[in-house]
Write a protein that binds this ligand. Sequence first.
Ligand SMILES: [Zn+2]
Length: 600
Amino acid sequence: MKDSKEYIEVYGAREHNLKNINVKIPRNELVVITGLSGSGKSSLAFDTIFAEGQRRYIETFSAYARQFLGGLERPDVDKIDGLSPVIAIEQKTTSKNPRSTVGTVTELYDFLRLLFARVSDAYSLTSGKKLVSYTEEQILHAIQNNYKNEKVMLLAPVVRSRKGHYHELFVQMAKKGYGQARIDGEIRELEYNLKLDRYKTHDIDIVIDRWIIGEASSESRMEKSLSTALQMGDGIIGIQKLDSDHIEYFSRNLMDAESGHSLALPEPNTFSFNSPKGSCFYCKGLGTVKKVNTDYFVENPKLSINQGGLLPLEDIKSNKWILSQSKNILEIFGLSLSTPMKDIPKEALDYIYNGCHKEFNKDLKYAGVNKKIKISFDGLVPMINELIDDKDSYDAVLLERHFTTEENCPECKGTRLQPSSLSFKIADKNIAEVSAMSLSDFMVWLVEIEDQFSNKNKIIAHEILKELRTRLQFLLDVGLEYLSLSRSTRTLSGGESQRIRLATQIGSQLVNVLYILDEPSIGLHQRDNERLINSLKNLRDIGNSVLVVEHDKDMILEANEVLDVGPRAGKFGGEVLWQGKPADLLKADTITADYLTGKR
Ligand SMILES: [Zn+2]
């Protein structure tokens, strides 16, 4: 289906070196603008057509919003007709945000999180056993079956290995009518003056009810009491037989029945490194930490500390304490602040860098006496860490810039996620392991897991898997199969970022958009270039106009129409020399035609 206006019509374009030109560009086709570099092809595509599209887009905002955006300059052109909304896919790294990954910018990770929230199994971090969760009804049935004719207590765990005297808790519980609690393994009466040792850690379970399983009056209360206990115990209850010390716990959460280790049921945010529910506690989801690197401390080993040889001291304004402690440490070795850094032994440097809490006997030969030198110094490295953690001072900024390097987080090993998030697995793999796969392996995995799913999980996962595979295929189509979801976008080349944006745009299935790309074929191998061209045709075929600034021969020959801008660069360019079907360009008399036919 073609729009009523079949051309984008540009009249009187004079941006940069453009010579007041009129151009008609067919809509809903793949059009290449080619020409020497500097000939004016980008001035036409980006500085005229894209700039005008952007300007019109911003014009649609309210005056209020526009005052913040600032008006865009109208490009130097008389008129452009038939312009659709314009999206430029340029060669630049999309994001410097350290939290942005291939997975997040393509939204593939969002769908993967959803998949893990729906169909993963949880395994105990301690025993490796599969964890199970019960519904309230299942818990009730389990108690009725396992404890037939037994006298039992229903317990709600309210405190788990935490310090405090818990006086208020006991008063509150007694007021509610609860008479007993199991405190640190012992059943005790809840009296108003009950107080525990506030400096010790305690386990407290409130006795909610006593049942004789199978007896009518108990059975009639069970459902309500269980519900109350689950609420107080945050999804967990315990059952203890009257003649035994052993408690069996049941959980609405995921739980290892033996160790009592429990996990909350997973939700998509459990797997998000941008949510406190999922991110590593140590690196807050960055996957890396800044670490002080002592290799940067000394640049010129011939200088002494007094001469500025120990560089961090130059960044720390109040360094008197460090200097005095360094002086004491050096004195033990018979050295001083005037000793060149290269002559200070390793042991002394270790004390200065990493701290020392010792007393030394130092022979003062000249005085014939023993002097005691007491050192109590935490060390330069911990002090720098402390300053950087505060982040308030200018010192901190300098120290971080000069003396730290980025390293993989020691806690999450770079996975950005907390341990509990990694205990959920699909087909033996946690979400970090899946994210680290190459995109081509990821595709294989997505196909394989569906076969292993139970019928129930197949139904649950069906739509999510379909969405994942479709979006992933677009990335494979533009030749990015070697990337992984966990790859930080900061480390991508401009071309890779451009192709990710292209794949995401194809995935978005927008129609009636004018896409403008600059030299997307740069750096591509033959096979990937073919796939790129197919992706652009795909974008066109779903109902968009695609305008590509390009030198590449294959791209030119595959286009519906070619514009050759020239003849030369700068003021000797700026005109449309030739426009038509690529097959006809081969017969034309332009530099581009000569290049295509191999005459140049
Ligand atoms: Zn971490």
